[in-house]
Ligand binder design. Structure first.
Ligand SMILES: Nc1ncnc2c1ncn2[C@@H]1O[C@H](COP(=O)(O)OP(=O)(O)OP(=O)(O)O)[C@@H](O)[C@H]1O
Ligand SMILES: Nc1ccn([C@@H]2O[C@H](COP(=O)(O)O)[C@@H](O)[C@H]2O)c(=O)n1
Length: 225
């Protein structure tokens, strides 16, 4: 069996990585791997231990009994830690606020990157769209298609705010920008590495963004299967 084609997509918070990647994967018959979910699930697990994600030793300790599973099916997305379904819980603001602490621990990044590569290799799909912050540069730097999906900060904040209607828009925007500032100290997902194609969705609607991503995928994979 040949290895799946990897489509690598990075970008800042709220740029549309997960929603656009999921829809593009459906259209291609590919798998979809949300790498942020692993960091979020570990942050959730650390919080369940009553620990603080800014304590690297506590994060490494909690990772010792972190029984993580994720679906790569874009039509049946779920995330589990042990017997617990955490698909919704890992999107809660308390987890979003805590996740950057987990992402800052180098040994954790190494461990999850090994897991991501294994999940892609064992996906049983012709291809997998893998999205996150360091996929184009660290996890899959040799992927045939590498995309930086971006949008203006105020547009990203407005889109996220439209999702979280019960929360104050200014607070949602502040939390999104704070997370980007913290995450960008660890990996650079704001500038495209050499060979990475930028898709800027500031002036595109959702369907146009999916089409723009699919056009990059098609031009990068022509003749590969
Ligand atoms: N081009 C677009 N036009 C309008 N809305 C969009 C567009 N792209 C994404 N969205 C919407 O923006 C919101 C944020 O998208 P999404 O959750 O996919 O971003 P993300 O990059 O995965 O964020 P995070 O990194 O915080 O998980 C969603 O409600 C999504 O439907
Ligand atoms: N490749 C990645 C993916 C994610 N992170 C960290 O996880 C957080 C949550 O990611 P979302 O895509 O669900 O927003 C993110 O804020 C990063 O801290 C990462 O470091 N590398």
């Amino acid at each position: 069996m040949t290895d799946p084609i990897t489509i690598a997509i990075d970008g800042p918070a709220g740029s549309g990585k997960s929603s656009v990647s999921k829809e593009a994967a459906r259209r291609l018959g590919y798998g979809y791997l949300d790498t942020g979910a692993a960091y979020r699930a570990l942050a959730w697990h650390v919080l369940e231990h009553g620990a603080d994600t800014s304590d690297a030793a506590a994060v490494v300790d909690a990772a010792g009994d972190f029984d993580y599973a994720i679906s790569l099916d874009p039509d049946d997305y779920w995330v589990r830690v042990g017997q617990a379904s955490v698909t919704e819980a890992i999107r809660e603001p308390r987890v979003s606020s805590a996740v950057s602490g987990v992402a800052r621990v180098p040994v954790i990044r190494e461990q999850v990157n090994v897991l991501f590569r294994r999940l892609v290799a064992e996906s049983g799909r012709p291809g997998v769209i893998v999205e996150g912050r360091d996929i184009t540069t660290v996890v899959a730097p040799d992927a045939p298609v590498r995309i930086l999906l971006t949008a203006a900060p105020e547009v990203r904040a407005a889109r996220r705010s439209a999702e979280l209607t019960t929360q104050d828009a200014a607070a949602v925007a502040a939390a999104l920008h704070k997370r980007d500032a913290s995450d960008s100290q660890v990996v650079d997902f704001l500038t495209a590495a050499p060979g990475v194609t930028v898709v800027d969705s500031t002036d595109l609607d959702f369907a146009q963004t999916v089409d723009a991503v699919l056009a990059v995928v098609r031009s990068g994979t022509e003749g590969s299967r």
